[in-house]
Design a protein around this ligand. Structure first.
Ligand code: FE2
Length: 124
């Protein structure tokens, strides 16, 4: 949902401190995630194939923006980047304990091949 509570927000002459910039990037990430959620809801809510294709493409561009902003956040705050990496490592460790490879590519239903995150999620 658009939220423009402060009409002067875009005209602020104040230059952000590093901490304010980090907070702004976090807010920007939240905005991108909200946009993804809304675009996806609109894709699911229509049978118009042209609209579905265009809105889904925009939704996916927002996902790329999340990646860009997350990369910027990690550059601005290396300590937070270490915490993100720690959380990622914990998940990979849990997946390893479950015998699941971390790759979401090439999901397979074959019992002879190792399970992947993609194949496990598809079965859920
Ligand atoms: Fe975006």
């Amino acid at each position: 949902m658009p939220a423009f509570p402060n009409p002067f927000q875009g005209k602020n002459e104040h230059k952000l401190t590093k901490e304010e910039l980090i907070q702004a990037v976090r807010l920007d990430i939240a905005g991108e995630l909200e946009a993804i959620y809304l675009y996806d809801a609109h894709v699911r809510a229509t049978d118009n194939e042209v609209a579905k294709k265009i809105i889904a493409d925009i939704r996916d561009e927002e996902k790329a923006h999340v990646g860009e902003l997350m990369t910027l956040l990690k550059l601005l705050d290396p300590e937070e980047a270490e915490l993100f990496a720690s959380g990622e490592a914990e998940v990979h460790e849990m997946l390893s304990e479950l015998g699941i490879t971390a790759s979401a590519e090439n999901p397979s239903d074959s019992a002879s091949e190792p399970a992947t995150v993609g194949s496990m999620i598809d079965k859920a």
